[in-house]
Design a protein around this ligand. Structure first.
Ligand code: ADP
Ligand code: ADP
Length: 224
């Protein structure tokens, strides 16, 4: 599903070049559950952002389902992202003035899914994450675990083939973290591909495959 070849991402920082990704080769099969681990600054978020078409590599090749991603212009790239990829972030990124339901409806509105169908789809996802009693709440009225479950509902509402999660349990207490990880495990069990960034070995252990980065390179891959 995912093929990366010789991926480079560099930043210029006060006259120095930071190699956030320094020659990454990686293949991830459809339906895989992968954890990206490694110390702070090793390139995990950068790699996730490249996978999610939020960031473009400076060199190398990225193919997603056979589509040559770097050949796409910005519009085609965001189209691909909206259609195929769901994102979950450590800090949830919910819109605070919208209700939980309205947050989950947003991707459906952008995709121009007609109203009754969109409402049914959003409610279905909110039931799946156990928030059917919280749909009219604002994010600020929820616990961290509930906010993350709302964010997961939003990420999944267009049925993306690929779910990308950047430290999804980083701001959660251990009970909420376990709930969120169980939910992500169910996403994988349902056949979607999941790539999870974490610096927590216990969290990484729930994935089938662990890939450890250091200094922008793959230092260890449990599949090899
Ligand atoms: P991780 O997610 O493993 O903590 P990152 O991918 O965030 O690592 O960062 C990898 C390296 O790239 C770090 O040295 C970081 O400082 C640098 N970096 C990431 N984003 C930027 C940016 N926008 N500007 C400059 N340097 C960046
Ligand atoms: P989230 O986990 O929701 O992505 P964060 O606030 O942790 O939100 O990070 C947002 C982005 O900013 C990430 O891509 C991360 O690499 C970058 N970032 C986070 N903290 C720092 C920092 N102290 N310096 C530079 N970049 C940072």
């Amino acid at each position: 599903m995912i093929e990366l070849h010789a991926i480079e991402r560099r930043y210029a920082m006060s006259g120095q070049t930071v190699r956030a990704l320094d020659g990454v080769d990686l293949a991830i099969a459809r339906g895989a559950f992968v954890a990206l681990t490694g110390p702070s600054g090793s390139g995990k978020s950068t790699l996730l952002n490249v996978l999610g078409c939020l960031d473009r590599p400076d060199a190398g090749r990225y193919a997603l389902d056979g589509v040559d991603v770097q050949a796409l212009d910005d519009e085609a790239s965001s189209e691909l992202r909206n259609r195929r990829i769901g994102f979950v972030f450590q800090s949830f990124h919910l819109l605070p003035r919208l209700s939980v339901l309205e947050n989950v409806l947003l991707p459906l509105r952008f995709a121009r899914v007609p109203d009754p169908q969109a409402g049914a789809r959003a409610m279905h996802l909110l039931e799946r994450v156990g928030l059917q009693d919280r749909v009219d709440h604002r994010p600020g009225q929820l616990s961290g675990g509930q906010m993350q479950r709302a964010a997961i509902a939003r990420a999944l509402v267009l049925q993306p083939a690929l779910l990308l999660a950047d430290e999804p349990t980083g701001n959660l207490d251990s009970k909420s973290a376990a709930d969120v990880l169980a939910l992500i495990g169910e996403v994988h069990a349902g056949g979607q591909t999941v790539v999870l960034v974490t610096h927590d070995a216990d969290v990484a252990g729930v994935a089938q495959r662990q890939i450890r980065l250091r200094d922008g390179k793959i230092e260890h891959d449990s599949a090899h």
